[in-house]
Design a protein around this ligand. Structure first.
Ligand code: ADP
Length: 164
């Protein structure tokens, strides 16, 4: 059984993340969503909330695609989270040149730390490439409609969190 790790902040999970999960499902039997909690000073959703939102959004897709799904939090090295999950592949999405520069550096460092774990980049799909969790948070906080960018359950959770 081939296991992949998809690490990120997922604050919150967006349709861009969903797209990456759908496509990673063709490449692995089990995918572990690893929600990083270490560098996120002042996250919008707590790690526990992010886990629940990721589960709600991704479990139906995993069932549909016959993908084993895990959702965990981690606060150490991504390569350690990958090893703990039994993953041989780390998936990252690439949206633009900014992602590329950062991701190449991270992939290089991770390969040096753990040569047995391979980083696989999935190019963002045209329909979701513009979506960034940080912009979703900003737009929602200003009262904008983010329903085109996030799963329904996340849209509801954003409204609840931001309600006066
Ligand atoms: P991080 O803080 O690690 O960048 P994110 O939750 O923002 O965490 O993103 C996690 C991963 O998902 C990253 O590899 C990022 O490039 C990718 N990603 C985020 N949004 C999209 C999108 N719209 N399309 C494709 N990949 C995306």
């Amino acid at each position: 059984m081939r296991v992949g790790l998809y690490p990120g902040s997922f604050d919150p999970v967006t349709l861009g993340h969903v797209d990456i999960v759908r496509r990673a499902a063709h490449l692995v039997d089990r995918l572990v969503i690893a929600i990083g909690t270490h560098h996120s000073k002042g996250p919008f959703f707590t790690p526990e909330e992010r886990v629940v939102l990721a589960q709600q959004a991704l479990e139906p897709i995993a069932t549909e695609l016959n993908l084993g799904l895990g959702v965990v939090t981690y606060d150490g090295l991504t390569v350690d989270a990958a090893r703990e999950a039994g993953a041989v592949v780390v998936f990252r999405g690439l949206r633009d040149a900014g992602d590329f520069d950062y991701e190449m550096q991270m992939a290089g460092m991770n390969a040096a730390l753990s040569p047995d774990i391979e980083t696989v980049f999935l190019a963002a799909s045209p329909g979701t490439r513009h979506i960034a969790a940080s912009l979703v948070r900003q737009i929602a906080a200003m009262g904008g409609d983010v329903s085109k960018f996030v799963p329904d359950s996340v849209n509801t959770a954003l409204k609840r969190k931001l309600a006066p």
